[in-house]
Design a protein around this ligand. Structure first.
Ligand code: PMP
Length: 379
């Protein structure tokens, strides 16, 4: 059967292909966006699963908005205003999809950062949005370019990842957060603040959400994937209640509600007295892994490659002075190391600066070191 026209616009995901190759025996993968499985809160999950298994009520159909005790927890921990609401989603990816399906008409102008999260590019392409991009500086989006975009057309939303961006690892400065919030307010653009890596800061100062400076102009996507385990598939959207109410109507048509037993498990894990210690442990290990990767790059790769230091998250963006990133990724795979060429994170019309994305959360420090030594042979 022929797919619908808008589906034909979707590029087959290069990442999916490379991830398949990356699972082959003997390949070290710096390609995926996978959190470390050895750092999942296994004991807490096991305890929670046993406890929840005894609760018959959570195996019944439930409210689309989510499991009420989890929603209460979210309200408190995300410091929601009384006029704001929350919706539990099946991963933050579903939150993104719901926002696009609820608010985007074909041809609507939206703004993304360049480069941008591939899953967002796919969602907004499928929604047939008119995608405009703004280049990133080391502090966040280039403000003059963003203002020009907002001023030159009617922009519906600006999707951004201000904390430890995927793929670049960049975190916005406090001033940029305030300036972007001001621009969104001035031009009445809705900010979609995607924050799955926010709790993975391992150095520097914790900064407020951008949306805290423009709460009436923003929705925030959160995810349990990087702080507990992605297989649970749970995330949330928060924002002005009337906007959330529309998302709920659309989610009803999609999956009625996210798995209630898993929401109950999530709540048990989040409220467990040892959860904070688990998070601290993840941050400590990710810092060690990042430092091991950075040291290996400094030691083994030629001086023409460069990277901006990151303060958290899971990714490092390796800028290349020359060469085709696709070609380098292909050759790296032949040598036994999987990386993602930066090109896949740009939309078709963008000017792409040559780079590759390196993930440092998944592999142990010794494997990261070995991977960079293999990559050095490609250079
Ligand atoms: N947003 C960003 C920026 C991501 O990197 C990811 C996962 N790689 C997601 C959203 C989706 O996360 P999940 O659906 O697992 O919550």
């Amino acid at each position: 059967m022929q797919t619908a026209r808008h589906v034909q616009q979707l590029r087959s995901s290069y990442i999916r292909e490379i991830l398949r190759a990356a699972t082959a025996d003997g390949v070290i993968s710096l390609a995926g966006g996978l959190p470390a499985a050895d750092l999942f809160p296994h004991a807490l999950l096991q305890e929670a699963l046993i406890k929840v298994a005894g609760n018959k009520q959570v195996f019944q159909y439930g409210e689309t908005r989510g499991y009420a005790p989890l929603l209460d927890h979210l309200r408190v921990t995300s410091d929601l205003k009384t006029s704001h609401g929350a919706l539990v989603t099946t991963g933050s990816q579903q939150g993104l999809d719901l926002i696009a399906r609820t608010y985007i008409n074909p041809g609507d102008h939206i703004v993304l950062e360049a480069p941008s999260y591939l899953g967002a590019l796919q969602v907004f392409t499928l929604a047939q949005a008119n995608i405009n991009t703004v280049v990133q500086t080391s502090n966040g989006p280039a403000l003059m370019a963003l203002e020009q975009l907002f001023a030159s057309r009617s922009v519906k939303l600006f999707y951004a990842v201000p904390d430890f961006h995927n793929p670049t690892g960049i975190s916005w400065s406090l001033q940029t957060r305030k300036d972007v919030a001001k621009l969104c307010q001035a031009f009445n653009v809705t900010l979609i603040e995607d924050a799955p890596y926010r709790d993975l800061r391992f150095s520097g100062e914790h900064l407020p959400l951008v949306s805290s400076f423009c709460p009436e102009n923003a929705m925030v996507l959160r995810s349990s994937s990087k702080i507990s385990a992605p297989g649970l598939r749970l995330g949330s959207v928060t924002g002005p209640e009337e906007w959330i109410a529309h998302l709920i109507r659309v989610k009803q048509t999609s999956d009625l509600h996210s798995s209630l037993p898993m929401q109950a498990v999530m709540l048990e894990v989040f409220t467990h007295p040892e959860f904070e210690a688990h998070l601290r442990n993840v941050r400590i290990h990710y810092r060690q892994r990042y430092l091991a990767l950075a040291q290996a790059i400094n030691q083994h790769l030629p001086p023409e490659v460069s990277y901006a230091e990151v303060e958290g998250g899971m990714f490092l963006w390796l800028r290349l002075a020359q060469g085709d990133p696709m070609e380098i990724a292909k050759k790296a795979l032949e040598k036994g190391v999987a990386v993602v060429p930066g090109d896949v994170f740009y939309s078709a019309d963008d000017i792409k600066s040559p780079a590759i994305r390196l993930n440092f959360s998944y592999c142990k420090p010794e494997d990261l070191n070995a991977a960079i030594q293999l990559l050095a042979r490609v250079f």
